[in-house]
Design a protein around this ligand. Structure first.
Ligand SMILES: Nc1ncnc2c1ncn2[C@@H]1O[C@H](COP(=O)(O)OP(=O)(O)OP(=O)(O)O)[C@@H](O)[C@H]1O
Length: 252
C-alpha cells in the first residue's frame, strides 16, 4: 500500500474542560482531494492545526508522507503547504513581499522566488494588488495571498482551512483550477469547508467531524451513502435541537 499523505493516530487536544479533539485516527490517501466537514466547534481547525505543526497535540501522532511531523518537523514541514484559519500574518508587507518572504523562508533562490511570485499573483488575480499592503486587503484577497504563500514552495500536501471563504466566484474558479491541477500532478489537498456543494463538487474523499471525533470518513460516495452529503451530515451530527420560531421578527 502507498504511504498516506497524512496519517493521524489517537490525536487529542483539550482546552481546560473542553475536549476539542477526542482521539482521532484518520488516513488521507496520497493524491486525494479530501474534504473535512463538521458543525461549528466540531474540532476541525484544532485537528488540522495539530496535523500541520501549528498546535502541539496533548496526545497522538501525525505523519506526513511517512515522516513523523512532531518527531522530525524539519523534514516533514517542507512537504506541507498550509493555509491556516484566520491567517495572522505580517500585514505591513505588500502582497508581493509576503509571497517572497514565504518563499525565502523555504530557501528558494531569488530568481525562482521572483518567477513564482509573479506567476501566483497573476493566477490569483492579485497582480495589481501585489504592491498594496496586506493590511489593506479585503478578506477574500487575504485568503488568496495566504494560498499563494502556501503554494510557493511547491509542497506535496496542501492543508487549507476554508480556502473559499469570502472569495468571489471568479477567484474561486481560479483557485479550483489551481487545486485540481495540483491534485492531477500528484499532490494531495485537504480542505475544510462548510459548503457541502463545494465539497461534493471538488473532493473525492470526505471526513465528517463531530464533537472532536470522526463520525464517517472515506470515499465521497461511500460517506454520502447514496444520499447527498448535506443530508448525511445532518443525519450524523443532528439538527438544531431547539427550533423555536422567532415570531417577533414577523411584522404582521
Ligand atoms: N485556543 C482555544 N482555547 C480554548 N478553546 C478552544 C481554543 N480553540 C478551540 N477551542 C474550542 O475547541 C472546540 C473546537 O474548536 P475548533 O475551532 O477546532 O472547531 P471548528 O470545527 O474548526 O469550528 P468552526 O467550523 O466554527 O470553525 C470548540 O469548543 C472551541 O471553543
Amino acid at each position: 500500500m502507498t504511504v498516506p499523505a497524512l496519517s493521524i493516530r489517537a490525536l487529542v487536544k483539550r482546552f481546560g474542560e473542553t475536549t476539542a479533539v477526542a482521539g482521532v485516527d484518520l488516513d488521507i490517501p496520497a493524491g486525494s482531494f479530501y474534504g473535512v466537514v463538521g458543525p461549528n466547534g466540531a474540532g476541525k481547525t484544532t485537528m488540522l492545526s495539530m496535523a500541520t505543526g501549528l498546535l502541539e497535540p496533548d496526545h497522538g501522532t501525525v505523519s506526513v508522507l511517512g515522516v513523523d511531523l512532531w518527531g522530525h518537523p524539519a523534514q516533514a514541514k517542507p512537504l506541507l503547504g498550509v493555509l491556516p484559519d484566520g491567517l495572522h500574518t505580517f500585514d505591513r508587507l505588500t502582497g508581493a513581499e509576503l509571497i517572497s518572504y514565504a518563499a525565502r523562508l523555504r530557501g528558494l533562490d531569488r530568481e525562482t522566488v521572483r518567477a513564482r511570485r509573479d506567476d501566483l499573483l497573476a493566477a490569483l488575480d492579485l497582480a495589481e494588488a501585489g504592491s498594496t499592503l496586506v493590511m489593506d486587503y479585503s478578506a477574500g484577497m487575504t485568503k488568496k495571498i495566504g494560498l499563494a504563500c502556501a503554494l510557493v514552495h511547491a509542497p506535496r500536501v496542501l492543508v487549507l482551512d476554508e480556502p473559499f471563504e469570502a472569495v468571489d466566484p471568479v477567484s474561486a474558479g481560479a483557485i479550483r483550477r489551481i487545486l485540481a491541477a495540483f491534485v492531477a500532478g500528484g499532490g494531495t489537498v485537504i480542505m475544510s469547508s462548510h459548503v457541502m456543494a463545494l465539497v461534493e463538487r471538488l473532493c473525492d474523499h470526505v471526513a465528517i467531524v463531530g464533537d472532536g471525533r470522526i463520525l464517517a470518513s472515506g470515499p465521497l460516495a461511500h460517506v454520502s451513502g447514496g444520499s447527498d452529503l448535506e443530508r448525511r451530515f445532518v443525519e450524523l451530527v443532528g439538527d438544531v435541537q431547539d427550533q423555536r420560531d422567532l415570531t417577533w421578527l414577523q411584522r404582521s
